[in-house]
Write a protein that binds this ligand. Structure first.
Ligand code: FBP
Length: 262
């Protein structure tokens, strides 16, 4: 079996990734005149020394010369927009080979847990996972419960099932949403077994709430955070980045993180 190079997106077993695939998922509604420019995000990712930047193929290609070899790259292989209200499914749009050509250090794929199209999603994810592993590339699975059979996408039982599916499907990392309950989240992390858990940032919230959330999350045994809007929608993204790093990698307190924002 080929060795999977997970260390490329980890620092001492922990990780902080910057996600910038929202333009496809949500449209430009998340952006302002600064963060609509991919160069602004590349600056934050590189100068903030993130463990990786998550991009769709288009931005990865168009801005390649600006970031190549300066920041680990995670290429998202599937995605969807929020315009058609169809069954939740995001088909593969970028091949693993293309991601390798772009210099990817890992690939990402969204699995809509509970979707009526789950069998097709599992099949495609299985192919992507095997191909990526043939190249030694780690696979990050966005395990997002969604669709008419999912009544609560952040309940502990649903997230625990999603985490377990990530392990069973062969993801090296899963990216999941938080249930706002650190004690119960520990069970979710246990369900993921040796698959490492990263938590999604979510909608932009105030500094105290966000740092408290991250501090609580880091106490549950996760590997880290894959954050987007709470960093690049912030007025001072480099300060948030520095404060987040203190919490994630140095176990710093929320109070210390807040002081760094002054
Ligand atoms: P945020 O930190 O901005 O929430 O990004 C996390 C993320 O998983 C993105 O990678 C993705 O574009 C988005 O959330 C999808 O969110 P949803 O499917 O809930 O709209």
């Amino acid at each position: 079996m080929k060795r999977i190079k997970i260390e490329k997106i980890l620092t001492d077993g922990k990780s902080m990734l910057l996600a910038y695939d929202q333009g496809l998922e949500h449209g430009p509604v998340d952006f302002n005149t600064r963060n609509v420019d991919p160069n602004y995000i590349l600056y934050i990712a590189m100068h903030g020394r993130y463990n990786g930047l998550i991009l769709q193929k288009g931005i990865a290609e168009q801005y390649h010369e600006h970031y190549h070899k300066k920041i680990p790259l995670i290429v998202k292989l599937n995605g969807k927009s929020n315009i058609p209200r169809i069954f939740p499914i995001a088909k593969q749009m970028c091949s693993v080979k293309k991601a390798v050509d772009l210099g990817a250090d890992a690939v990402g794929y969204t699995v809509y847990v509970g979707s009526p199209l789950e069998p097709d999603i599992f099949k495609e994810f299985g192919e992507v996972q095997e191909e990526a592993h043939d190249y030694g590339l780690p696979v990050i699975a966005w395990m997002y419960p969604r669709g008419r059979y999912v009544s609560n996408d952040t309940s502990t039982s649903m997230l625990a099932y999603a985490a377990r599916q990530g392990l069973e499907l062969g993801a090296d990392f899963i990216k999941i949403k938080y249930n706002d309950n650190p004690e119960e989240f520990k069970w979710i992390v246990r369900c993921a077994g040796n698959t490492k858990v990263m938590v999604a940032g979510g909608k932009k919230i105030d500094d105290l709430s966000f740092f408290t959330k991250v501090k609580n999350i880091m106490g549950t045994g996760v590997s880290g955070l894959a954050v987007g809007r709470n960093v690049w929608q912030h007025d001072t993204p480099m300060k948030v980045t520095a404060a987040l790093k203190k919490i994630i990698f140095e176990n710093s307190s929320v109070e210390n993180a807040l002081k760094m924002m002054k």
